[in-house]
Design a protein around this ligand. Structure first.
Ligand code: ME8
Length: 656
């Protein structure tokens, strides 16, 4: 029988900054869904990628002094770039599209031309507002308090000759799609779309720009580049081979089963994208699911707000699976959720270390201790004591499936953990350590208790595979599950695990995290990362105001030799210098450089001083002049170097 197909996508990410835990959230959810569908036997295509054009990228590349292509290459394929992150997070995408891939570029030009040829794209003049960070055009009436309705940032006036897409023509069909079908989920997002965007009147959409060049040129009018959202949304079909020869999967996989997208880009996916497809005469995706945001301190994570959380740091400290698990176990997918390190550690400790980890290690070690690792054939059921656990574990696949089909990852995991909790209780109820006191009488019963626990662990671990693929496989290894009892079919019913199974005790898969220590370590790492991100070298800007030569010549710079140097009492900063300035009398200068020099290392050195400054008192001591030093900032830290002269220069020599 031919396998059922399933095509799922994530948004393609802007490589304008490094990705953070918020981006990771959607990709991990998509990955869990793709793995779940593969587990159930579907032929899955999971697509992700990067959205590499637009003014924001062009601006950032200029800032960085590189070409836009070099800029995106670094963030996509460079160290700790997008591809590295997905590898680290164990993302099982089947395909990765970059909108700078040449097949995509060609396909976009063909798509644009087709819409132009059928009259849905026409040339006009754009007058309105533009939000640079979001790459979105807005009309005056759509602004909120004069700012971008999506991100709340300033918008700028924009006027230029441009191509327009007749979005207005599709308003009724799109409204019907949203209101009368289950195209957009969760349903709560439908009202927002209809009331905020369609009912006020859907205006035609500006789909080309002439004010920058980093985009796909309109091939029949090369001064124009295609609006980045037309370019980006089409990735879902060009990556299948639509209007290009790179792939041949369009017939097989389109329409997509679901596009997972963040809530702020639901508008593009549920209004503009279906209208574009209607114009092209192509089928619509079956569903768009708008997930919520991970918030930090109540606000969306963003680089500009400086509140992003680095998935590399978290994965390194807690493990990739723990992080994946946390994201999907803690937050309902359709709503916003507040991220915190405390919550992450707590989830690891409660669910993974306590509940699942303990159940696994207790069970496997008891099978080792009481049966030498292999259960005997002779096992005694106790229907009364076993019924509830067996019934719950047997029904688990169905309950889990019901939630997964609705993308309710949190609920699906909750179902698994109900069973795991029940199994832990089952251990206490059956007190294996008491049964083990008389193996002759209780051996068969003890064996059955152990079997029931292993079988529950097997079923749970198979269903956990989409969420924690690496660890779930290790759980299955430890409980002795053969390949045949790691399948979807095998968890549909109780008892696939061999009665005489052999366990293999392994590492502690989910160690408990010491909350205080981990929080301190995280803080230190965040601090380190912040420092690493600081510029290597910062120099004071040069003064533009001119000083005339005569004024400059009034400053008397001399070579001075250090006769003595000591710390000033009660001052952490000041050093007191006794200097030979060539006059025959000692000169005293105080200098705030104790942070950088020890007094003894300066004795005998030849330095440079300005000697005609008026005397100044510091900490009750008089300073006659100032020593000259060079200052700069390195990785955020101020550095100071005294200007040291050649020792053959005599004290008192004038600098000019
Ligand atoms: O929007 N919590 O790219 P993007 C949850 N290129 N999700 C978050 C998040 C957070 N804190 N921060 C970001 C784009 N995201 C376009 C997509 S698709 C044809 C083009 C999600 O890199 C965000 O909601 O800005 C979006 O779905 C995804 O990350 C990519 O965001």
């Amino acid at each position: 029988m031919e396998k059922k197909r399933f095509y799922i996508t994530t948004p393609i990410y802007y490589p304008s900054d490094k990705l953070h835990i918020g981006h990771t959230y959607c990709t991990v959810a998509t990955d869990a869904m793709a793995r779940y569908k593969r587990l159930t036997g579907c032929d899955v295509l999971f697509l992700t990628g990067t959205d590499e054009h637009g003014q924001k990228i062009e601006d950032k590349a200029k800032e960085a002094g590189v070409t836009p292509q070099e800029f995106v290459d670094r963030i996509v394929t460079g160290p700790k770039g997008v591809l590295d992150l997905w590898k680290l997070m164990d993302i099982s995408n089947d395909r990765f599209i970059r909108t700078t891939d040449s097949y995509h570029v060609t396909a976009i030009q063909r798509i644009f031309r087709k819409m132009y040829d059928n009259g849905d794209i026409y040339k006009g003049k754009y007058v309105g507002k533009y939000c640079k960070p979001c790459e979105s055009f807005w009309t005056e009436s759509q602004l909120v308090d004069g700012k971008c309705p999506d991100c709340g940032r300033e918008v700028v006036d924009a006027e230029e000759e441009a191509y327009f897409f007749r979005l207005s023509k599709y308003a009724d069909r799109v409204q019907h799609l949203l209101e009368d079908t289950d195209f957009l989920e969760p349903r709560s997002r439908v009202n927002e779309m209809v009331n905020n965007f369609i009912k006020p009147g859907l205006e035609d959409l500006c789909v080309s720009r002439t004010s920058f060049t980093w985009g796909i040129p309109v091939d029949f009018d090369p001064g124009h580049v295609v609006y980045v959202w037309v370019d980006a949304l089409s990735n879902y079909i060009t990556a299948l081979g639509f209007m290009n020869n790179q792939y041949d999967d369009y017939e097989k996989f389109w329409p997509a089963d679901v596009h997972f997208v963040g809530k702020e880009i639901v508008r593009f996916h549920s209004i503009i994208w279906p209208a574009m497809l209607m114009s092209l005469g192509e089928p619509l995706p079956k569903k768009v699911y708008g997930h919520g945001w991970l918030l930090l301190d109540g606000g969306k994570m963003s680089k500009s707000k400086g509140n992003v959380v680095d998935p590399y740091i978290l994965a390194e400290m807690f493990g990739v699976d723990a992080l994946r698990f946390f994201l999907l176990r803690t937050f309902p997918f359709g709503s916003d959720g507040n991220f915190s390190n405390e919550l992450l550690i707590n989830t690891i400790n409660v669910d993974l270390a306590n509940d699942l980890g303990n159940l696994l290690s207790r069970t496997v070690s008891m099978v080792g201790k009481y049966f030498g690792g292999t259960l005997p054939e002779d096992q005694a059921e106790d229907p009364e004591k076993d019924a509830e656990l067996v019934a719950m574990a047997s029904a688990l696949r169905g309950r889990y499936e019901e939630q997964m089909e609705k993308f309710q990852f949190q609920n699906a995991l909750a179902e698994i953990f109900k069973v795991i909790d029940r199994a832990n209780k089952y251990i206490d109820e059956n007190a294996p350590w008491v049964l083990a006191r008389d193996m002759e009488a209780n051996g068969p019963r003890l064996a059955r208790v152990m079997y029931n626990l292993l079988e529950t662990l097997r079923i749970s671990a198979v269903l956990l595979t989409p969420f924690i693929p690496g660890s779930a496989a290790k759980v299955l290894d430890q409980v002795g599950a053969c390949q045949g009892c790691r399948t979807w079919e095998s968890v549909g019913e109780w008892g696939a695990l061999s009665r005489t199974v052999t366990v293999s005790r392994g590492e502690n898969l989910f160690p408990r995290v010491d909350m205080e220590k981990a929080l301190a370590a995280l803080e230190a790492k965040a601090e380190e990362a912040k420092r690493a991100a600081l510029p290597d070298l910062e120099l004071e800007p040069q003064l533009t105001e001119k000083v005339d030569f005569d004024t400059f010549c009034k400053s008397d710079f001399r070579a001075v030799k250090v006769k003595a140097c000591e710390n000033v009492k009660k001052s952490a900063k000041l050093l007191k210098f006794t200097l030979d300035d060539g006059t025959g009398a000692d000169r005293q200068i105080l200098s705030g450089i104790a942070m950088w020099y020890k007094p003894e290392e300066l004795v005998g050195k030849t330095l440079m001083a300005i000697v005609n400054l008026p005397p100044r008192k510091m900490m009750g001591l008089e300073s006659n002049g100032m020593l000259i030093s060079a200052v700069h900032t390195e990785k955020g830290e101020e550095k100071l170097n005294l200007l040291m002269l050649d020792d053959k220069i005599p004290a008192g020599a004038k600098m000019c």
